[in-house]
Design a protein around this ligand. Structure first.
Ligand SMILES: Nc1ncnc2c1ncn2[C@@H]1O[C@H](COP(=O)(O)OP(=O)(O)O)[C@@H](O)[C@H]1O
Ligand SMILES: CC(=O)N[C@@H](CCC(=O)OP(=O)(O)O)C(=O)O
Length: 257
């Protein structure tokens, strides 16, 4: 039987606020067994970019990343956010190591081809080195992955954190019995944006299509669910979308194929 691995992805709103981040790190530290944390930080990048006079543009939940924006996201995700999380986990006795995709060549990507939209320095994941991660995890190290990848030619690329979590979960599904938990500021995928308690308990691809057509599911939730279905299809045992203060996976929305 495979050993259990819990992968938690934490998004921008939780990461941005010291109190919610601190609570999340405490809850994450309490998860028994092997674990890995993926963080976003989109809101922090937008804020710091604005302070530097750089305007942020998002299309379909993805940041248009020009050369100046790439510098900002590399500093914010690979530096500020990642290192604060690593330090926070170390303070709780968790032996965390911060990684971008370039570190130990853990995630290679290719610059997204220009079609209708030129996303700039945004990477589409090509390969996750499961072996590197397995060797760290089985030594008791907890990888903390930033939403940055590299192209193998010396360039960093900005990559959506939900995608990093989904692709990492898929790559590790052969070695571990993986549970992937996307946590954010809501109780799960909601049927009514105004009603915090309208959590949809289980989502299938058919229900997803219906809810997108009805406009119930939109914005950043679309790539989150696409990544979730892709992970379940590829053998990830359980995918859950839930509240950041409920990462035990016992509530929220369960993703089924
Ligand atoms: N049906 C829905 N249920 C919950 N959230 C939804 C729904 N449709 C759209 N959203 C939006 O998706 C957002 C989450 O996506 P995103 O901002 O990419 O997440 P993260 O905070 O994890 O980076 C929520 O803040 C919410 O505004
Ligand atoms: C290409 C792309 O869009 N990258 C994202 C990476 C950060 C992210 O995904 O952060 P959240 O999880 O907080 O949304 C961005 O720059 O916003």
């Amino acid at each position: 039987m495979k050993e259990k691995l819990t992968i938690v992805k934490v998004g921008g709103k939780i990461v941005e606020e010291a109190d919610t981040l601190s609570q999340l790190l405490a809850d994450f530290s309490a998860i028994p067994g092997y674990k890995l944390l993926v963080h976003g930080g989109g809101r922090s990048a937008t804020k710091i970019a604005a302070q530097l006079g750089i305007e942020s543009k998002m299309v379909d939940g993805r940041r248009i990343t020009d050369a100046e924006t790439l510098k900002v996201v590399t500093m914010v995700y690979g530096g500020l956010v990642n290192k604060n999380i690593v330090a926070g986990l170390q303070a709780k006795g968790v032996n965390a190591v911060g990684l971008t995709g370039a570190d130990m060549n853990v995630i290679r990507s290719v610059k997204r081809p220009v079609k209708e939209i030129d996303y700039g320095y945004v990477g589409d994941v090509k390969h996750v080195d499961a072996e590197v991660l397995v060797s760290l995890i089985s030594r008791g190290v907890v990888p903390v992955m930033a939403p940055l990848t590299h192209d193998g030619e010396g360039n960093m690329l900005n990559t959506n954190a939900d995608t990093i979590a989904g692709e990492t979960a898929k790559a590790l599904a052969e070695a571990f019995d993986v549970t992937l938990i996307y946590c954010f500021e809501k109780k799960g995928v909601l049927r009514d944006a105004e009603d915090e308690d309208s959590v949809i308990p289980v989502i299938t691809p058919d229900l997803f299509k219906k809810y997108v057509d009805e406009g119930v599911i939109q914005g950043g939730m679309i790539p989150k669910l696409e990544n979730s279905f892709s992970a379940v299809e590829a053998g990830v045992s359980q995918v859950v979308i839930t509240l950041a203060s409920a990462i035990d996976g016992k509530s929220g929305t369960i993703i089924k194929k």
